[in-house]
Ligand binder design. Structure first.
Ligand code: HEC
Ligand code: HEC
Length: 406
C-alpha cells in the first residue's frame, strides 16, 4: 500500500512538472517579446538583409524628370526627408499646406491643401493664394518601426481611447477615425499614420507620398496633381502610371522591415532620466504618449484583408510613446484631411521614440526646446500642462533629460 501511495504521489509530481514545463513552453512561444530597436540599418528579420538594403536604396534613390518626377513636387527621394540619423528616420524638412476657413467650413486650396514647394518649370510653381487664410507647415515624420505600428489591431487603439479620462483630469479622450485603405478598394481601417492620421496602411501612405511628395504616379494613385488647380499636362512627358507599383511595394517593405527607434540606454539609466520618466507618468504625459503597446498576434489579417501580420511584426511590445489618436492640444493647424470637419484642429499624438534626434519640434517645427513644446500643449492637455508648471526647475530638467533619452 505504502509503495502505491508513493507511486501515485510520484506520478502526480511528474504530471505537475510536465504541466509546468508545457505551460512555460507555450508561454515562452506565445508571450509577447520586445520589438528589435536600433539605428543600425539592419533588417528586423521580416526580409533578408540584402532585400532590406535593396529596398532602402529604392527609398533613398533620387528620381529625375525622365522617371516621372513632378511636374509639381517637394523633393527627389523619400530619403531626402526621412534620414536623420539613418535612412527612414526624421528630418527638419517641412512641407506647406493651405486652405480657407470662413468661420464654418474649411475649403482646401485649389487643387488640394498641399502646396508643392518645387516644380520642373517655374511657370507651374505652386504658391499660397491670398484668400487662403489657413496656412501651416508640417514636419517630416519618422518611418522606422512603422511596420509594428501598422500591425497594431484596430481594437487595441479603440481600447486605448476608451481608457483615456473624460472627466477627472479634463477631456483627454483621443478621437479614433477610420480611413480608406487604397489597396483594399478603400475599405476602412482605424487610422494611425501622418500628423492628421490620414492613413492606416504603409502601402497607402507610400503611394500617397510618391504622388504628393515626388509627383510620381502609380496604380493606386494614377492621376497627377495640378498646379494650384491648373492642369500641368503640358509638362508631363511620362505616361501614367509612372511607377508600375514595384517601387511602392519596395518602400512599404523597407518600412515594415525596419527596427524601431532605440533609446539612448546610457542616458536612460541615469538617476535624472529615471526620475524624469516617473514625472512623465505622474503628471499625465503618458495618457496620450502611451508607453507600451503590443502588436496583433502573428497571422492576424489586417489592412482590410490585404496584409497578414508576419512573425517578425506580430505579438511584439513597442514603446512608441503615442496613442496614435487625434487630440486638440490647442496647436491645431486648421487643415481638414481624411478625418472630416471635426478634426480641423486636431493632431495625432506624435510618437516620441527617436525624438532626441529632432531639433525643431511639433507639427510646424516651431517649438525649439522641450520646455517650449510642453508649454504649447493646451486644449485637451491643459490639466497636464498646469501640473508641469507646478514642478521645480530640477524636476523640469529631469523630465527634459528623460525626453532626451527617447
Ligand atoms: C519633401 C519631404 C518628404 C518626402 C520626399 C517624403 N516624405 Fe514622407 N513625410 C514627410 C512629411 C512632412 C510627413 C508628415 C506629413 C503629414 O502628416 O502631413 C511624412 C510622413 C510620412 C509617413 C507617415 C509616418 C508616420 O509614422 O506617421 C510615411 C509612412 C512616409 N512619410 C513615407 C514616405 C515615402 C514612402 C516617401 C517616398 C515615396 C516619402 N515619405 C517621401 C515628408 C516627406
Ligand atoms: C492630450 C494629449 C497629450 C498630452 C496629455 C501630452 N501630449 Fe505631447 N503632444 C500631443 C500632441 C497632439 C502633440 C502634437 C502637437 C503639435 O504638433 O502641434 C504633442 C507633441 C509633443 C511633443 C513634440 C514631438 C515632436 O516630434 O515634435 C513632445 C516632445 C511632447 N508632446 C511631450 C509631451 C510631454 C512631456 C507631456 C507631458 C507634460 C505631453 N506631451 C502631454 C498630445 C499630448
Amino acid at each position: 500500500m505504502k509503495s502505491l501511495k508513493v507511486y501515485v504521489l510520484g506520478f502526480f509530481v511528474v504530471i505537475c512538472v510536465l504541466i509546468n514545463v508545457v505551460t512555460y513552453k507555450v508561454e515562452g512561444q506565445s508571450g509577447p517579446t520586445e520589438a528589435p530597436a536600433a539605428f543600425d540599418n539592419q533588417t528586423n528579420g521580416l526580409v533578408p538583409q540584402a532585400t532590406f538594403e535593396a529596398d532602402r536604396d529604392t527609398f533613398a534613390e533620387q528620381e529625375f524628370i525622365a522617371d516621372g518626377l513632378g511636374p509639381v513636387y517637394n523633393a527627389q527621394s523619400c530619403g531626402e526627408c526621412h534620414q536623420n540619423p539613418v535612412t527612414g528616420a526624421i528630418s527638419q524638412i517641412t512641407e506647406l499646406r493651405a486652405g480657407r476657413f470662413d468661420g464654418v467650413n474649411f475649403t482646401e486650396a485649389a487643387g488640394g491643401s498641399l502646396i508643392n514647394d518645387r516644380a520642373i518649370d517655374p511657370s507651374i510653381q505652386e504658391r499660397v493664394a491670398d484668400s487662403n487664410n489657413v496656412r501651416t507647415f508640417r514636419s517630416s515624420l519618422n518611418v522606422l518601426g512603422d511596420g509594428f505600428v501598422e500591425a497594431i489591431s484596430d481594437n487595441t487603439l479603440i481600447a486605448i481611447s476608451q481608457q483615456q479620462p473624460i472627466q477627472s483630469i479634463g477631456l483627454i479622450r483621443g478621437e479614433v477615425i477610420r480611413v480608406p485603405v487604397l489597396e483594399a478598394n478603400n475599405a476602412l481601417r482605424v487610422a494611425r499614420f501622418g500628423w492628421k492620421n490620414q492613413h492606416a496602411s504603409l502601402i497607402s501612405f507610400a503611394a500617397d507620398a510618391y504622388l504628393n511628395e515626388m509627383g510620381i504616379t502609380s496604380p493606386l494613385q494614377p492621376t497627377e496633381n495640378t498646379s494650384n488647380g491648373n492642369s500641368i499636362a503640358a509638362f508631363d512627358t511620362v505616361a501614367d502610371p509612372e511607377d508600375d507599383g514595384d517601387d511602392i511595394i519596395a518602400f512599404a517593405r523597407f518600412m515594415r522591415a525596419s527596427k524601431v527607434p532605440p533609446r539612448d540606454t546610457q542616458l536612460a539609466a541615469t538617476a535624472d532620466a529615471r526620475a524624469g520618466s516617473q514625472i512623465f507618468d505622474q503628471i499625465g504625459c503618458a495618457i496620450c504618449h502611451v508607453r507600451n503597446i503590443t502588436t496583433a498576434p502573428v497571422g492576424t489579417v489586417i489592412n482590410a484583408g490585404q496584409f497578414t501580420v508576419p512573425a517578425a511584426l506580430g505579438n511584439k511590445v513597442i514603446h512608441p510613446f503615442s496613442d496614435f489618436l487625434l487630440h486638440d492640444v490647442g496647436t491645431g493647424d486648421g487643415i481638414v484631411q481624411n478625418g472630416g470637419p471635426s478634426t480641423r484642429n486636431k493632431l495625432r499624438t506624435p510618437p516620441l521614440w527617436g525624438v532626441r534626434s529632432r531639433s525643431r519640434l511639433m507639427h510646424d517645427g516651431e517649438a525649439l526646446t522641450f520646455n517650449d513644446t510642453i508649454l504649447r500643449h493646451r486644449g485637451e492637455a491643459t490639466a497636464v500642462t498646469l501640473l508641469y508648471l507646478t514642478l521645480s526647475s530640477t524636476q523640469k530638467n529631469q523630465l527634459s533629460t528623460f525626453l532626451r533619452s527617447l
